[in-house]
Ligand binder design. Structure first.
Ligand code: PEP
Length: 254
């Protein structure tokens, strides 16, 4: 791994837990990781728990993010949450284009692009997720799908607007399935994602941007993935709900 890219590991809590469980998990993550500075640690709780988790993480080095946002600033969008709402409860980060938003809720590439712009306009640091479905991989379209998602999201943006951008390669077939990509599969796509970013935003930007792998990561698979040259961290779903396992994943980097 290039030393100048500090690894970043995020825990996506998805739609799990109650307020009390989220508070306990946040405190436990903080206790286990607040003195560990080698990796940047982020957590993404469900919307209703963000303010309470922000309090538990106050003055720690653990970053707080939301799992999604709406692209509009305000209005008649029942059930939706704006970027400004997120910053007002203490969020600094937000997932954009997570595969469950794309494939369960139907967010198109264009909607993801709008969400990315809304996040940037509000000063949120985005984790832009891309990834191919199993049938796309089988058809030999892995690179093309990831490049299309990246291109649509990043089109027209400049590197100085994207200085806090983190990318996450999350193959849809690996998310929540127990089918983790091999380190070699992850590295192959990460290298192509970085090459695509270089074409869009230049080599210097591409060399600095961090690319996480996500998809069924567990403590025992984390080190092998993070050892790869272009894997700069992990985005962890199910395994981030147990503080002990999440801390082991964060600390797995050699
Ligand atoms: C995710 O939600 O981003 C994810 C990678 O989930 P899981 O680790 O459960 O596959």
């Amino acid at each position: 791994m290039t030393p100048k890219r500090k690894p970043v590991v995020g825990g996506n809590w998805k739609m799990h837990g109650t307020l009390g469980e989220a508070q306990d998990l946040a405190s436990e993550v903080r206790n286990r990781l607040s003195s560990y500075g080698a990796v940047q640690t982020l957590v993404f709780p469900p919307f209703p728990f963000l303010g309470a988790v922000a309090q538990r993480l106050a003055d720690s080095n653990i970053g707080l993010g939301a799992q999604d946002l709406h692209f509009e600033k305000k209005g008649a969008f029942t059930g939706a949450v704006s970027a400004e709402m997120l910053t007002s409860v203490g969020c600094a980060w937000v997932l954009v284009g997570h595969s469950e938003r794309r494939h369960v809720f139907g967010d198109s590439d264009d909607v993801v692009a709008k969400k990315l712009r809304a996040a940037l306009a509000a000063g949120l640091k985005p984790v832009l997720c891309v990834g191919e479905k199993l049938e796309e991989r089988k058809a030999g379209d892995t690179f093309a799908v990831n490049r299309r998602q990246l291109r649509t999201a990043l089109n027209g943006l400049a590197g100085d607007q994207l200085q806090h951008l983190v990318l996450a390669y999350e193959p849809v077939w690996a998310i929540g399935t127990g089918l983790v990509a091999t380190p070699e599969q992850a590295q192959e796509v990460h290298a192509d994602v970085r090459a695509a970013v270089a074409e869009l935003l230049g080599g210097a930007f591409a060399g600095a941007v961090r690319i996480q792998y996500g998809g069924s990561v567990k403590a025992e698979t984390a080190a092998g993935l993070m050892a790869k040259a272009d894997v700069d961290g992990l985005l962890v779903g199910g395994a981030s709900l147990k503080a002990e396992e999440f801390a082991a994943i964060v600390r797995a980097r050699a």
